[in-house]
Design a protein around this ligand. Structure first.
Ligand code: NOJ
Length: 537
């Protein structure tokens, strides 16, 4: 154990609140709207305190036409009436702080909404005007400029360029309603410094930085060099073989990870450090390598970056061990601490990824328990403490912009509003009795509500509460030195005098001597069943 006090975020458990789907308190024009809001979050803060998390991260609640459910911001310094008001945000912050919870808010600097005053001014102004220079407007290619300026694709499918009536094109790496800002224009950096200060002055403890590896694009906006599909396949094999070595096969990505982006974070770090109370920022940076992720968390940049390695690991002890050791080594080089994530609002919920049903849930709980023993900070996604699975949302109810652009199911299935109580939708989420919230809830969720689980010792909710309490008791302030190995198909992690075992085999495993601190499911005849994890001391 070390006696050096560590900053709060370094080993915090952060609970992600997807604002539209957490709890609905507000009614609009007398009608409950089935969409979560800030007063809904405030009313449930005691639940989060009792769960045992240290902080919450709230997805964007700013003024927005909601084309990408808040990740399309029209005014960064106001609350959308859908979610409440600035006064509601103040009450939320104050109540959270009284309960000992920190609050991280989302910051979306790569793009604005097309309804932002800047973009509206850009559309009204002429090509080449200062208004257009805040975004990436370019002339098209081809004799009449009718081809997009380059070959980049949007993450949500289709070309990353849209043409405006005067013939110019603008870049949007996401939806057409999310024009990318031109960070080479100093006005943009100044605007965001103002946004940071606005929320810091109101008392937020930190920011989650959306698309943190974006912002700057290679100045030439040249074509992306894409391998032929057959080459792409060969590269995949090569990458696997080269994974543990220095050599990697990298994609050409002139739209991501430009060196200039780090200047932005150096500037922000100075702003954050100028406020009292250990304010922090965590990057959502989908970088190509662990080493380039570490660049974002150098001591004078952001404090943390999401590490999606744990989330992407298949159910194999060897792969889990590799991710643990590689992640720790990569962040160690930057003198930072790792983060761990299993689920969020963009990916399939982890019990479903692990196969769904009882096996998926057992694996989900086991992976969570192993994750909570790792050094650094853990990010939980609302509803995972209830064991929720991905929902197969019917096509007519889907709302994700990527569904409309690609026809792929998209991310609605992990965004279904939480079930709090009762035996039928809306399960105490809020909204009119008998109504369905903005994404319909399944008819068979009655046994998954908070009310149904809270007094049941065997429930997933009770398990999460025990696991978070045990983490505080065993690992708070513990040395970060960690060793991950495998024995047979079992992950073995040793940290702070505790041995963590995660059985990914199909056979029960004998347990070494030691006191069982907690297990993710029942032990059978003193053995560790498949798909189960345990902490021993
Ligand atoms: C990442 C966010 O997590 C996702 O939900 C959003 O669609 C994109 N960034 C664009 O802002």
């Amino acid at each position: 154990m070390t006696s050096t006090p560590v900053p709060w975020w370094r080993d915090a458990v952060v609970y992600q609140v997807y604002v539209r789907s957490f709890a609905d308190e507000l009614s609009h024009d007398g009608d409950a709207d089935g969409i979560g809001d800030l007063p809904g979050i405030t009313s449930r803060l005691p639940y989060l305190r009792d769960l045992g998390v240290d902080a919450l991260w709230i997805t964007p609640f700013y003024t927005s036409p909601q084309k990408d459910h808040g990740y399309d911001v029209a005014d960064y310094m106001d609350v959308d009436p859908l979610f409440g008001s600035l006064a509601d945000a103040d009450v939320l912050l104050e109540t959270a702080h009284e309960l000992g919870l920190r609050v991280i808010v989302d910051l979306v600097p790569n793009h604005t909404s097309d309804q932002h005053a800047w973009f509206q001014a850009a559309l009204a102004a002429a090509p080449g005007s200062p208004e257009r220079a805040r975004y990436l407007f370019r002339e098209g290619r081809g004799a009449d400029g009718s081809e997009p300026p380059n070959n980049w694709n949007s993450i949500f499918g289709g070309p990353a360029w849209t043409r405006v009536p005067d013939g110019s094109w603008y870049l949007h790496l996401f939806d057409t309603s999310q024009p990318d800002l031109d960070w080479r224009n100093p006005e943009v950096g100044d605007m965001f410094e103002g946004v940071l200060r606005f929320w810091l002055d109101r008392g937020v403890d930190g920011f989650r930085v959306d698309v943190a590896h974006g912002l700057y694009k290679e100045a030439s906006l040249r074509d992306q060099v894409r391998p032929e599909p057959t080459q792409e396949k060969a590269n995949k094999g090569k990458k696997k073989a080269a994974e543990s070595m220095v050599e990697r096969v990298l994609r050409d990505e002139p739209m991501w990870e430009q060196p200039e982006v780090h200047e932005v974070y150096r500037r922000w770090r100075k702003v954050l450090d100028s406020y009292p109370g250990e304010r922090m920022a965590v990057a959502e940076a989908w970088t190509q390598t662990a080493e380039s992720m570490a660049l974002f968390i150098r001591p004078d940049e952001l404090h943390q970056a999401f590490n999606f390695g744990w989330l992407g690991t298949p159910w194999k002890a060897k792969d889990f061990a590799e991710v643990v050791n590689n992640s720790i080594a990569a962040v160690g080089a930057a003198a930072s601490a790792p983060t761990w994530v299993l689920s969020n609002h963009d990916v399939i919920r982890h019990p479903t990824r692990y196969g769904g049903g009882p096996v998926g849930l057992a694996r989900g709980r086991a992976a969570t328990l192993a994750m909570l023993a790792l050094p650094g900070s853990a990010y939980l996604y609302q509803g995972e403490e209830l064991g929720l699975e991905q929902v197969d949302v019917p096509p007519e109810a889907r709302q994700d912009p990527s569904w409309f652009r690609t026809g792929e199911p998209g991310r609605d299935g992990c965004r279904v509003p939480l079930p709090w109580s009762g035996s039928a939708p809306p399960y105490g989420f809020g909204g009119a009795e008998g109504s369905q919230p903005w994404i319909p809830q399944p008819p068979d969720w009655a046994h998954l509500t908070v009310a149904a689980q809270q007094d049941d010792d065997g429930s997933t909710l009770a398990f999460y509460r025990r696991a978070l309490a045990a983490r505080r008791e065993v690992f708070a302030g513990a040395d970060e030195t960690t060793e991950a190995t495998t024995e047979g198909k079992m992950l073995v992690v040793r940290r702070a005098g505790v041995t963590v075992l995660l059985n990914t085999s199909t056979y029960p495993k004998a347990l070494p001597e030691g006191e069982v601190l907690i297990s993710s499911g029942p032990l059978i005849d003193g053995l560790l069943p498949p798909d189960t994890a345990v902490w021993l001391r």
